[in-house]
Design a protein around this ligand. Structure first.
Ligand code: RIB
Length: 301
C-alpha cells in the first residue's frame, strides 16, 4: 500500500524580479522583468511531491484577497486545494524575490495567513498510520510545527523536517525527527555550528555523523551546485551536483524535499531517494519560478 504524505505549510504569492545584480542597502537598480509565481515552501514541496506521484495531503492557509484566490486556484489544478482554508481579514503570504543573472536569489517573506495555524489544523495527523510520512518547514507558526512533530512521533509516522528559514532547533524537537534536511546556512544556524568549511567533504561527513549519533536522526545536507551529503546508520551518502543551465534556483531545496519524501513514501531507501531528489532539484533550476519549474516523474527518469 502506498503511504500518505502530509505536508502542513506555507502558501505565498511570489513576486519575482529578475535583475543583473541584487541591490545593496542604499542602492537603486533597474530590474529586467517582474513576474508572479506560486510559492511558499509548504506549497512548493507539496506540488513537487504531487506531480512526481506522491500521495499528498496538503494543509495550508490563504487570506481573503486576490493572491489567495489565485493560489487556491493554482493548487486546485494540481489537486492540492481540498485542505486549504481561507482566513478572513488577513493577507495571503507573499514573497518578494530578486533573481540575479547567476540564478541566485534573495527573498523577503510576509507571513500573512501562514501565521494563523492552530492545534485544530493538526487533526489531519489522526488519520495517519505508522510509516505514513509528514514533511514540515519553518514558514508557519513555530509552535504548531513542534507540536505536529510530537504528535506525528506518537503515531509512528516518519518525520521529515526542513527547518527553513533557519532557526536554532530545540534539542527535544531534533530528537523526535527521523530526517532533517538543511542547506549550508541552515546547518550552521539550526545546530549552532558556526564557521563550517563547506568545501571539506570529509569534515562535513564527520559533522553529520556526530549529529546523527548524538540525536539519533538522519541529517541530509544540500550543497547547491555541489550536490548533497547525508548520513544514516553510520553510512555516508554523497552525490555530486548535476551540470545544468541555471536560470533560477528558487525552490530547488523545496523540490529536493518533495521528491525525497515521495520516494521514501513508496518504500525506496535513503540512497535511492536521494539520487532521485538530486535529479529533480537539478531540473527545477533550469526554469524561472518555484513550483512552476518542478519536473514530472518522466522528466526525472
Ligand atoms: O523556498 C522558496 C520559497 O521561499 C519561495 O517560493 C518563497 O515563497 C519563499 O517562501
Amino acid at each position: 500500500m502506498e503511504n500518505k504524505i502530509v505536508i502542513i505549510g506555507s502558501i505565498n504569492q511570489d513576486v519575482v524580479i529578475q535583475i543583473d545584480k541584487i541591490p545593496r542597502p542604499g542602492e537603486t537598480l533597474f530590474g529586467k522583468t517582474l513576474s508572479y509565481f506560486p510559492g511558499g515552501k509548504g506549497a512548493n514541496q507539496a506540488v513537487a511531491s504531487k506531480i512526481l506521484g506522491g500521495n499528498v495531503i496538503f494543509v495550508g492557509k490563504v487570506g481573503d484577497d486576490l493572491f489567495g484566490s489565485n493560489m487556491k486556484e493554482y493548487l486546485a489544478t494540481v489537486g492540492l486545494s481540498n485542505r486549504v482554508q481561507t482566513e478572513a481579514g488577513v493577507s495571503t503570504g507573499a514573497a518578494v524575490i530578486y533573481v540575479d543573472k547567476q540564478g541566485e536569489n534573495a527573498i523577503s517573506v510576509i507571513s500573512g495567513a501562514n501565521s494563523m495555524f492552530n492545534e485544530n489544523d493538526l487533526s489531519i495527523l489522526d488519520e495517519l498510520i505508522p510509516d505514513d510520512v509528514i514533511l514540515l518547514q519553518n514558514e508557519i507558526n513555530l509552535q504548531i510545527i513542534f507540536d505536529a512533530i510530537k504528535k506525528a512521533k506518537s503515531k509512528g509516522v516518519k518525520i521529515f523536517y526542513n527547518p527553513a528559514p533557519a532557526i536554532k532547533i530545540p534539542e527535544e524537537t531534533i530528537t523526535l525527527c527521523d530526517y532533517i534536511i538543511v542547506n549550508e546556512h541552515e546547518l550552521e544556524v539550526c545546530f549552532n555550528l558556526p564557521d563550517i568549511d563547506f568545501k571539506n567533504i570529509n569534515g562535513l561527513a564527520t559533522i553529520l555523523s556526530n549529529l546523527s549519533r548524538k540525536y539519533k536522526f538522519s541529517p541530509i545536507l544540500t550543497l547547491g551546485a555541489d550536490g548533497y551529503i547525508a548520513v544514516q546508520d553510520n553510512k555516508v551518502y554523497r552525490g555530486e551536483g548535476l551540470k545544468v543551465c541555471v536560470i533560477d534556483t528558487t525552490g530547488a531545496g523545496d523540490c529536493f524535499c518533495g521528491a525525497l519524501v515521495t520516494f521514501a513514501s513508496k518504500g525506496y531507501d535513503l540512497q535511492e531517494s536521494l539520487l532521485f531528489a538530486n535529479k529533480a532539484a537539478a531540473l527545477s533550476v533550469t526554469k524561472l519560478g518555484a513550483s512552476s519549474s518542478f519536473p514530472k516523474f518522466d522528466d526525472v527518469k
